[in-house]
Design a protein around this ligand. Structure first.
Ligand SMILES: Cc1ncc(COP(=O)(O)O)c(C=O)c1O
Length: 370
């Protein structure tokens, strides 16, 4: 099959963004910008660095985190930063660092491999089941490798969509405690699903660094994420201006806009709209790909599709691309060089609208049916 699409025509379904919901987002965002500019002196807002975020942004961040944690964290444990990646960079450099080890599921957020290369630490991949890290395998790794930290994504794991049960979270937290492994929890996919277990961090708060970003529930480029450190002292020690030359500090305007959205309750409207659109797209997936292997959930931005053995993932991806659509092979998410499962992942939110999404699904389904 020859490629008959210019790169600009390719529909990107390998990315994993929330669907755009301009009917709700645009008015909410415009209102927030106007309120911020009306309520503060611009030069006061922008005139000096706000190292861990302004007091107001941290207080509203704590309120936002209260959606996931029963006990709203004390404001001085909260850091407001320029997105989840910035927080991860800071934490990995200081909690792990050169020649030490990070435990992580065998398939996970690909950027973690890049961080390992940049920062000079090693990865200890943990074998998984449908919920994520297997406790027995994790404990064996803790014993053999003595990792400094565990990067956890217990809610709608990327790429597998796995969700750790309450019991699994307790078991994993207990192992971390026993082997003195710090928990870096990335809970970025947790705001769309309802009635899910509390964060892993709530079972071992004294060793946990809990990160709740807005990129997968509100909009990808708001560039605001919140961190809850184990203590006020730990937050201050790891996040102070002289500690490291990175770009963790949020732009004050971004922080203030998200604070305003939280204060007025507009975040609820945006999250509800993103959730509603995601559910519709996920039901389109179920209607098109009727396979018992399919791993998807109504409130998940991505879909994980194991493939039959006679359809290698790389070949599958190439065939879908020849139809003008990009999806990713599971190998993209592999944390070591051992053979990855024969599967693909695609996102539901990146196509601009349902018509584009349907076109993408059509291409995937066509190749899947063979
Ligand atoms: C698991 C996970 N964490 C973090 C991010 C990025 O978050 P941010 O844009 O806030 O840095 C992504 C984006 O793909 C992700 O999949």
């Amino acid at each position: 099959m020859t490629l008959s699409f210019r790169p600009s025509d390719i529909l990107n379904m390998s990315g994993n963004l929330p669907p755009k919901v301009p009917h709700v987002f645009d008015e909410a965002y415009r209102g927030a910008v106007q309120r911020v500019l009306g309520e503060c002196e611009p030069n006061d807002l922008i005139g000096a660095h706000q190292f861990r975020g302004s007091d107001r942004d941290r207080a509203l961040g704590a309120r936002f985190i209260g959606r996931r944690m029963q006990d709203v964290p004390a404001v001085d444990r909260v850091v407001v930063a320029n997105g989840t990646q910035s927080i991860l960079m800071m934490l990995l450099a200081s909690l792990v660092g050169p020649n030490r080890r990070l435990a992580i599921e065998t398939l996970s957020y690909p950027t973690m491999r890049t961080f390992a290369q940049h920062l000079g630490f090693q990865l200890s991949p943990i074998p998984m089941d449908g919920e994520g890290a297997r406790p027995d395998a994790f404990e064996a790794i803790c014993r053999a490798d003595r990792p400094a930290a565990y990067y956890a994504m217990p809610t709608l794991q990327n790429p597998t969509t796995g969700m750790m049960s309450l019991e699994r979270r307790k078991a994993i937290a207990e192992i971390c405690r026993r082997y003195e492994v710090a928990i870096i929890e990335d809970d970025i996919y947790s705001l769309l699903p309802k009635d899910i277990p509390p964060p892993l961090s709530s079972f071992a708060p004294e060793i946990s660094w809990y990160v709740l970003g807005t990129a997968k529930s509100l909009a990808a480029a708001l560039k605001i994420a919140y961190l809850v450190a184990p203590s006020a002292e730990a937050a201050a020690e790891r996040f102070w201006p002289g500690v490291r030359a990175t770009y963790w500090m949020c732009a004050p305007m971004n922080g203030a806009i998200v604070s305003s959205l939280i204060e007025t309750g507009s975040v609820d409207d945006i999250i509800e709209a993103v959730r509603a659109e995601t559910r519709i797209r996920q039901s389109m997936v179920i209607d098109s790909i009727s396979s018992s292997d399919l791993r998807s959930r109504p409130d998940c931005l991505h879909v994980y599709l194991p493939l039959p053995t006679d359809r290698p993932a790389q070949e599958f991806v190439a065939k879908v691309r020849a139809l003008g659509v990009d999806v990713s092979p599971a190998g993209t998410y592999a944390m070591d060089d051992s053979p990855a499962p024969n599967a693909i992942r695609f996102g539901t939110g990146t196509p601009r609208d349902r018509v584009a999404f349907e076109r993408g699904l059509f291409a995937i389904t066509k190749v899947y049916r063979g």
